[in-house]
Design a protein around this ligand. Sequence first.
Ligand code: SF4
Ligand code: SF4
Length: 236
Amino acid sequence: MSLNKKIQKFTRKFDVNYFGISDLSLAKDFIIDQGGNILSDFRYCISIGLKLPDAIVDQLPLRSNKAVAVNYRFHAYKIINDRLNYNTSMISSFIQELGYNVMPIPASERYDDERNCAVFSHKLGAHLSGLGWIGKSCLLITPNNGPRVRWSSILTDAPLRPTGKPMGEKCGDCLDCVKICPIKAFTGRNFDPNESREVRYNAQLCNDYFVAMTKKGQLPVCGMCLYVCPYGEKKS
Ligand code: SF4
Ligand code: SF4
């Protein structure tokens, strides 16, 4: 059985909605610039994704209601991240037992407060593996569930086969996420791997908005860019 198949078979034991493998040499400079040389030994990335509960995301316009905010933070954030981290830990141990180096990357953990980013972009890994494109919201947009998916990643030196190619953007003329953002954090520009994120998204504005909510004694919840995307809206 090939290494890809062994890992896919093992992953099926867990509750994973999305699975993809990418070759990080396609974006090596960007990855080292963001996370540093500690990532340079890992050529491949395994991306796993869990779909968020639609009923909870659909209530985000009512997020000033504390019950809505509590439910979102718990079931669309904390528990999903816990499940992702458990799954990546188990898959990492399995690959290590096969004799390869692995580096699981925590879900939704920021490491650079100045640039408001994680040590590795889960969205980039999933994009390179063919699971979706980077939208004008800078979120990973999947064809069937839009941005309503949380991601986690395992970097490894195991010689894997990529499961797909980077998907071209399908935002077209849509500007829904740009228009709905309460603090106008997006410029409306399409993703270009040769441009920095700052050209499309002011992450500091988004961060400041969350800090302001906390200072006012509110639970910091927004996600309107995630809620509004037509690729993720409720199908029925
Ligand atoms: S989470 Fe809210 S404030 Fe932040 S970018 Fe999305 S829509 Fe804008
Ligand atoms: S809301 Fe529209 S522009 Fe924004 S990511 Fe989704 S499809 Fe693209």
